[in-house]
Design a binder for this molecule. Structure first.
Ligand code: ADP
Ligand code: MG
Length: 485
């Protein structure tokens, strides 16, 4: 079903630039560490000194091959680098090396869930490898601009979708899925604030059964929320323009996150404007079957496959499984915990609940990663085991958990030290319950005369007398007996 706005169908294609995780730049040995002082990571090649020649970083190629498999694409055994000519102050050579005619990957896809909860396939046209440009800095000085070339020559993958996206929601889902995949395979760190994952959104509108409209390309969006906001603004702008009788021209626009608006940057160049031609300094990239197959065989289990496995193997709901597989590290921690349990068949679901509930809550609150927890993840398994074997109640478990998080002690040790083990002995519980009943003649009378909701009062008081350690089921059955004869 299409989603029409005022009778208009929205058509979106995304071009995503992902910085490839490598030690050095695409064609030089300069390092790629984020946050270095300006121009600290620049070689003669990066500033385009005459006579400097590019040497291809094979690790960057391997990462792109891996990404090709992760998006179900075809890895091309032959690809080639081309020069894309344009003049920017932060591009010393006057051209960017990219892959126009023969990209390294063709034809993949990513499946997303749309706003109606349906699965939808977004096709990917290509992935090509290219160099990043440097950065011009205009706000340091009134009269001069500065240039930082640390980023010049950093390896990027450009992942180009087909115009299959139909709403801002779908665009955000697509980018989230892509980010998750890139992180899983370790091809890109995907810190959007650091600019190592950026999206260009191509947006157009048209009436169904007519050709696509002209698109505006909104450049360099660096957060998922901004992507949604920029697209939503652009859709409204285009509908307004067209409905007031104007035409949309192909152009490049910028999104201003402070105003939430997009504005014209330049009219869009066509490929011909860039005078592309194969880079004479670089041989075609020819990949052996052996190399391709090795990379394919080393690919980690991808999130969609992992999710299905978690649902089957650990009896999780698809929603819980989705949350746990979102980050590979979290999924690994979950499995490590389940393995540590004495009765994984009975605890796997509860361990998932504890991770998603209590553990995520402290990670959020304390702004930590799962690897920074004060206790080993196996302790969560032990804690849940203690609940399931009835040593402690779920309520007491929260106390144990809070302790564990403070001092990193083993849950059993905490239970012993603080004397938290659950009281299940009916005799002890009966003794406490009798005392409570004796001390509450008024409530007893009301209860006997039909105010049965007071049962909860007796449960609460007995539990309190037992310092919260009474087994709730035993308390219930003891009180049922005592109060109803
Ligand atoms: P270019 O290389 O000039 O940027 P491409 O044809 O490679 O142009 O397309 C770039 C992006 O624009 C792709 O993601 C594609 O899906 C998207 N796109 C193409 N046509 C449209 C359109 N009419 N509306 C929205 N997006 C489009
Ligand atoms: Mg483009």
């Amino acid at each position: 079903m299409s989603k029409l706005i005022n009778g208009w169908e929205v058509v979106i294609g995304l071009e995503v630039h992902a910085q490839i995780s490598t030690q050095s730049k695409l064609f030089s040995s300069s390092p790629t560490v984020f946050g270095a002082d300006p121009n600290e990571q620049v070689s003669f090649y990066d500033v385009a000194m005459p006579g400097m020649l590019p040497v291809l970083n094979e690790e960057a190629v391997n990462q792109a091959i891996k990404t090709g498999f992760a998006i179900n694409g075809t890895v091309n055994k032959m690809s080639q680098f081309d020069r894309k000519n344009y003049f920017y102050p932060d591009l010393p050579s006057g051209y960017q090396i990219s892959q126009l005619f023969h990209p390294i990957v063709s034809n993949g896809y990513i499946d997303i869930t749309d706003e109606d909860g349906n699965s939808k396939r977004i096709n990917i046209e290509r992935i090509h490898i290219e160099q990043d440009a440097g950065k011009s800095i205009h706000d340091l000085d009134k009269e001069h601009s500065y240039i930082d070339l640390n980023r010049a020559g950093i390896p990027l993958m450009e992942i180009v979708s087909k115009p299959d996206i139909r709403s801002s929601y779908e665009a955000m889902q697509y980018l989230k899925q892509l980010r998750m995949l890139l992180r899983y395979i370790g091809a890109c760190a995907c810190n959007m604030e650091q600019g190592n994952l950026r999206a260009d959104a191509n947006v157009s509108i048209h009436k169904l059964d007519t050709p696509f409209g002209n698109r505006a390309e909104i450049k360099n969006i660096n957060s998922i929320k901004f992507l949604g906001d920029a697209i939503d603004y652009e859709i409204q702008r285009q509908i307004y323009e067209v409905e007031s009788g104007k035409t949309i021209h192909q152009e490049t626009r910028l999104f201003d996150s402070r105003t939430g608006e997009t504005r014209t940057m330049r009219s869009k160049e066509d490929a011909a404007d860039y005078r592309y031609f194969p880079d004479p300094d670089l041989k075609p990239v020819v990949l052996s079957d052996e190399r391709i197959n090795k990379i394919k065989s080393e690919l980690p289990e991808l999130p969609s496959v992992k999710k299905t496995r978690f649902v089957e193997q650990y009896k999780l709901t698809p929603a819980d499984a989705s949350i746990l597989v979102e980050e590979r590290k979290t999924a690994d921690y979950y499995e490590k915990a389940v393995k540590a349990s004495r009765m994984p068949e009975e605890t796997s679901k509860l361990i998932a609940n504890w991770l998603i509930g209590e553990v995520f809550a402290i990670l959020n609150k304390e702004n930590k990663e799962i690897s920074d927890l004060a206790f080993p993840i196996e302790y969560i398994a032990e804690l849940v085991d203690l609940i399931v074997d009835k040593t402690i109640s779920g309520r007491i478990a929260k106390t144990v958990f809070a302790n564990m998080n403070e001092n990193g002690k083993h849950p059993k040790e905490i239970v012993e030290e603080l004397d938290l083990a659950q009281i299940t002995d009916p005799e002890i519980i009966t003794k406490s319950a009798k005392e409570i009943i004796e001390q509450s003649p008024k409530q007893l009378e009301q209860y006997k005369s039909g105010k049965t909701q007071l049962f909860g009062y007796f449960v609460g008081q007995t539990m309190k007398a037992l310092q919260g350690k009474g087994n709730p089921e035993v308390i219930n059955s003891v009180l049922t007996k005592l109060l109803n004869n």
